[in-house]
Design a protein around this ligand. Structure first.
Ligand code: HEC
Length: 287
């Protein structure tokens, strides 16, 4: 009896665990608000990046984010053909100075940047970056789209999600800014995008959401520069393998046709045939 009762209690407990109330290790505020799923064109499997948007997004990165965030995995050469011409990229690289290799006396000199150089960081090191940002480290943005749960949706929501005022009852520690999408809601980065902050050369109105969209698409490119190529390769793979699939179906049918259409006939001996007759039939077969 006691065993049965224990069984019932355990079953009920199991059912509650599976179907009962959700249990969270963290509160929604600690986890951050889930970002909206936006209908990004460039993430669709048959679409590519909008390269005009990448160009605008890089402009936003350069004019706004680059004063705090590095983009250390991106060399100038990768911009060529994706968002600018060779000459534009060269001119951009030459705006910065890089160390030369040591000369015969072991001296390191400065030279203008080349296409093979990487985009420089705004700070000398992490300590300098923290010192300039109230102790918070602005992370490198090269792989940010892959590094955060929610990817493009999260970063877009983060950039556009600063309310005018923190909601009533929210406590915002000193030096932090309220943003519901940031885990913990207190983020060291203040709102950086405001309508009309940059001037797009193609005349696109630079609203907050337009700049956020462009810079996020650009950051998606920096994290997955191979995406366009990868999708094109996917199409080729589908084209080739579907021909191979058709061919293999045909070959299979061809090889199996004689086996599948074979007819096996067996005539059982008539019941009551005398043994002598059967022997005679067998002898005939053997011949
Ligand atoms: C004034 C300096 C500053 C500027 C300008 C700036 N940021 Fe930040 N950003 C920071 C700091 C500091 C942090 C670290 C925040 C923290 O950990 O609380 C941060 C964090 C981030 C994060 C990571 C959030 C996370 O989940 O950890 C992203 C993404 C980001 N910034 C994107 C951008 C983009 C895109 C721009 C340009 C449109 C930009 N930032 C401009 C200072 C800046």
């Amino acid at each position: 009896m006691a065993l049965m009762a224990a069984g019932v209690v355990m079953a009920a407990g199991g059912a509650f665990l599976i179907f009962g109330r959700d249990v969270h290790a963290m509160t929604p505020a600690e986890e951050g608000l889930h970002p909206t799923q936006f209908p990004w064109e460039h993430t669709k499997w048959h679409k590519t990046y909008d390269h005009a948007s990448l160009r605008r997004g890089f402009q936003v990165y350069r004019e706004v984010c680059a004063s705090c965030h590095s983009l250390s995995r991106i060399p100038y050469r990768t911009l060529v053909g994706n968002m600018m011409t060779v000459d534009e990229a060269k001119a951009l690289a030459e705006e910065n100075e890089y160390d030369t290799d040591p000369n015969d006396e072991g001296e390191i000199e400065k030279r203008p940047g080349k296409l093979s150089d990487y985009i420089p960081s705004p700070y000398k090191n992490d300590e300098a970056a923290r010192a300039a940002n109230n102790g918070a480290l602005p992370p490198d943005l090269s792989l940010m789209v892959k590094a955060r749960h929610g990817g493009v949706n999260y970063i877009f929501s983060l950039l556009t999600g600063y309310p005018e005022e923190p909601p009533a009852g929210a406590t915002v520690p000193d030096g932090l800014n309220f943003n519901p999408y940031f885990p913990g809601t207190g983020i060291a980065m203040a709102r950086v995008l405001f309508d009309g902050l940059v001037e797009y050369e193609d005349g696109t109105p630079a609203t907050t959401s337009q700049m956020a969209k462009d810079v996020v698409e650009f950051l998606n490119w920096s994290a997955e520069p191979e995406a366009d190529e990868r999708k094109k390769m996917g199409w080729k793979v589908i084209a080739v393998t579907s021909v191979l699939l058709g061919l293999s179906i045909w070959v299979k049918k061809y090889k199996w046709a004689p086996i599948k259409s074979r007819k096996i006939v067996y005539n059982p001996p008539v019941v009551g045939t005398p043994v002598s007759k059967l022997k005679q039939m067998e002898n005939q077969k053997a011949k």
